[in-house]
Design a binder for this molecule. Structure first.
Ligand SMILES: Cc1cc2nc3c(=O)[nH]c(=O)nc-3n(C[C@H](O)[C@H](O)[C@H](O)COP(=O)(O)OP(=O)(O)OC[C@H]3O[C@@H](n4cnc5c(N)ncnc54)[C@H](O)[C@@H]3O)c2cc1C
Length: 402
């Protein structure tokens, strides 16, 4: 059995940030990763300016191999059924287009933690003063004993399930899939990430350039047919935007826990087990999850350091410290903040104001029709109530967190 101060599950960005804080504080830290490193991660790789700053400040400048072509992204363009495009540049200039396989590996190595790859977390037992973890490596069971465990294992987190077995039944699940196409003709500006607010296309529809190909992606409630959905989007892009693509050369998809950050239903763990990153439910507008994974991961690491220093329960520390990241993330979905503050990293209200009154009306109508697609999840009232609470108390209620 290996004994360590902290065991982190998952070798991604949240893990790298957590590990950096722990290693810097002198704590022996081991990261378990089920895949072989460097590992593939499905992601568009558009890092927000805040995420970029975090990487620079904590790990230094990105190496060239950690970037896709085009190496940077100027911003996001929203598209609507009314065909009024809404391009928005990121505040502070372009951001890097990350190649997750290499950027994550680079950040993990720079954290200084010891990594055990091809090692899957299987189960845990919190014994009060330590946690016993069972993992599997090439068919063999391995035991770890840690003072604290951090689950940074992404949306389908097994660490979350180990702590809250019925959690997956409590939230709606989505599927997101993308196909890679060689390009015949593509008028979409390759300097932007393109997103469609179009209810007929699905809950989440996007396209962008990568390494000489065009990615066409769509997201929908789990159970729908990816092939059919994708064909519909491809036809639409051809008819409405003149995007001519060859048949896909490859495709991929995964389950996503979209929703908890909209309605302040985060999951942060229990006892000596912390959950962080997307496993907690952190996801910004347009599915940007890297910046909040980095920041929440760092906070989970800091909470462990603080808890040891002050001899306090780690959950108490973590929940107090993570409230700032909850505010930042949930503000992005808060209609009052969207209207009167600037919770996003590109200026949506300014882009809207550049349109004529007629165009603004068309766009507002299309956004409303798109939001109706989400009516079945009954998030609207909760978002409204949370917006008022934020206004009067300055934050979001912790009682809603698991
Ligand atoms: C199609 C798509 C496009 C996206 N595009 C963007 C984008 O452009 N910009 C952006 O900011 N975000 C984007 N995101 C979201 C972003 O990828 C995630 O929010 C972010 O990677 C979350 O980071 P994380 O560190 O919390 O977890 P993850 O990146 O999900 O990493 C979890 C890690 O844990 C490992 N793991 C899982 N289970 C176990 C286990 N049992 N044992 C050991 N290891 C395990 C996994 O292999 C993985 O390495 C996109 C997501 C998808 C699906």
């Amino acid at each position: 059995m290996r004994t360590v101060d902290t065991l982190i599950v998952g070798a991604s960005l949240a893990a790298a940030a957590a590990a950096k804080r722990l290693v810097d504080a002198g704590l022996e830290t081991v990261i378990l990763e089920r895949q072989e490193l460097p590992r593939h991660k499905i992601c568009s790789g558009i890092l927000s300016p805040r995420g970029h700053r975090f990487l620079l400040e904590n790990f230094g400048p990105l190496p060239r191999e950690a970037l896709h072509e085009p190496t940077s992204c100027k911003g996001v363009t929203f598209h609507f059924p009314c065909m009024v495009p809404l391009p928005m540049d990121f505040f502070g200039g372009t951001t890097p287009h990350l190649h997750r396989k290499y950027s994550d590996y680079w950040a993990i190595r720079r954290s200084g933690a010891e990594v055990h790859d091809r090692t899957s977390f299987a189960s845990l037992e919190d014994r009060g003063d330590h946690v016993l973890v069972t993992a599997r490596r090439q068919g063999r069971d391995l035991q770890y004993r840690a003072r604290h465990v951090i689950g940074a294992d992404g949306p389908s987190s097994l660490v979350t399930r180990a702590v809250y077995p019925d959690y997956p039944k409590r939230i709606p699940w989505f599927f997101v899939g993308q196909k890679f196409h060689d390009i015949i003709e593509c008028p979409l500006d390759e300097q932007y990430f393109h997103f469609w607010f179009h209810p007929q296309l699905g809950h989440y529809t996007w396209s962008h350039a990568r390494d000489g190909q065009q990615i066409v992606g769509c997201g929908f409630k789990r159970g729908d047919n990816f092939g059919e959905r994708h064909r519909g989007v491809r036809r639409y892009l051809e008819d409405k935007h003149g995007v001519l693509l060859k048949d896909e050369t490859s495709d991929e998809g995964c389950a996503e826990n979209f929703g908890p950050s909209l309605i302040d239903r985060y999951v942060f763990g229990q006892g000596n087990v912390l959950i962080t990153g997307q496993a907690s439910g952190f996801l910004n507008m347009i599915g940007e999850g890297m910046s909040c994974a980095l920041h929440s991961g760092a906070i989970s690491g800091e909470a462990v350091v603080e808890a040891r220093l002050r001899n306090r329960p780690v959950q108490e520390m973590y929940r107090r410290m993570i409230a700032s990241e909850v505010r930042r993330t949930t503000d992005q979905w808060n209609p009052l903040m969207i209207a009167f503050a600037k919770p996003h990293e590109a200026d949506f209200p300014a882009a809207l104001m550049k349109l004529s009154w007629r165009e603004r009306k068309l766009v507002a109508k299309d956004i409303w029709n798109f939001l109706l697609l989400y009516r079945e999840f009954k998030w609207g009232r909760q978002i409204g109530a949370l917006a008022l609470q934020r206004l009067f108390t300055g934050g979001y209620p912790m009682q809603r967190w698991l």
